[in-house]
Every structure is written in structure tokens, then in C-alpha cells.
Design a binder for this molecule. Sequence first.
Ligand code: PGA
Length: 236
Amino acid sequence: MRVMETKNYQELSALAADLIGAQLLLKPRCVLGLATGSTPIGAYQRLVEGYRAGRLDFSQVRTVNLDEYCGLSGEHPQSYRYFMEQHLFSQVNILRENTHLPNGAAPDPEEESRRYEALVESMGGVDLQLLGIGRNGHIGFNEPGDSFPPVVHPVELTESTILANSRLFDRVEDVPTKAVTMGIGTILKARKILLLAGADKRAILEEALTGKVTPWVPASVLQLHGDVTVITCREG
Ligand code: PGA
């Protein structure tokens, strides 16, 4: 595992975008696993700048996101599809049909999970998976629990995650209580993993990287993966 520490969030974002940009050069038709949340926004911004400057080409890139809320369609401003449109997809030359997230409006989350797992597999797996980390150590929406979920599955969100995400909704009651997420097994199959953790995540990051590997700290499982890069920063 490579752990890189930058001075601040701007540098973290620039470095993350450089690594993702390098993946695009290495394999223009790569499969990028993408993440939502506050942490990757700066990296997406830098990727958009790279595209506008003519350095990056997304025309062949295919993407699969980690997760999506259940009950929100892609047009809902708090859906993860909407987030991706806003921060990346609408601003670069990626083809919409090459971008994938679980369908939050699917009537049967179990069936949608099976479809999404099969989709990731049919794309030949993920070349580079971008991850954030929750304050409780979650990756995707794999919350602490007594086992590592192997495949894409529906989850009930924990109270702490609902509370953390409520900052983006008008009222905490509006936050969906369910999501569909890649499983830990799905995530571990990625050939490379890039985990971004801002200064506010240092305590849980340290626990995940140096503590015991346990599903009670889902990100700790990354200690078992052969190609993980972590970028963190000293200050916000
Ligand atoms: P954040 O979320 O980037 O908004 O802090 C990360 C996560 O919960 O996975």
C-alpha cells in the first residue's frame, strides 16, 4: 500500500486527478470506478480542467459508481447520478451510455443489485476504483457489521451515515434510508484502488490502515488488496 500525504486538500485533489489522468493515458478505454461525497469533488474539478486544457480525453472511458440511494431517480438533485452529472459527466466528453450507477428508482433493489454486479463483471472489471471513507470506516455504503458483503446489495443506512448525509438535504427525514452499493468483494476485485481521505478522516484512516482487518472497520479490508494508493492531507 502506498500512502501519500499532501499539505492540503487542493494538493490532494491535484494528485488524485494526476493518478486518474495517468490511468486514462495508460488505457483510454478503461473502466473507472467512481465515488460521490465531498472528498472527490476537487479531483473531479481538476479532471474537468485537464479535459478543457486538451490533456484528457474521456471519449472511450467507461464508469461504474459505487452506490446510489434507493427511491431517488437520476433527476433528483440529491441522487448520486445527479452529482456525477454535475461534477463530471456533463463537463467532459464522456458518452452517457458509458456511465453507470445503480438505478435508485428500480422497483426491486435485490434485482437491481444482481443486475449491477453482472454489469460490472460484463465490463471486464474495474481498472481503477476511487474511494472515500466514512467516519465509521465505511467504503461505498458498506457499513460496519459482522461480515464483509461479497457482492452488490441493498443496505439500510446507519443513523450516523444518514446524519452525515443530511447536510445535503433540507431535512434529515428526507435522506433515503436505503441504498444499493457495491459489496466489499466487488470493490476488492478492482485492479487498482485509490482512496482519498481529507484531514477530517485521519483518525479512522489510521485505524483502517494500521489496525486489525475487521468488517467492523470496512475499509480495513484494503490492507489485503495488492494495489492500493491512499492520498491524505495534513490540513483542510
Ligand atoms: P465524504 O464521504 O467524502 O462526503 O466525507 C465519504 C464517504 O462517506 O464515503
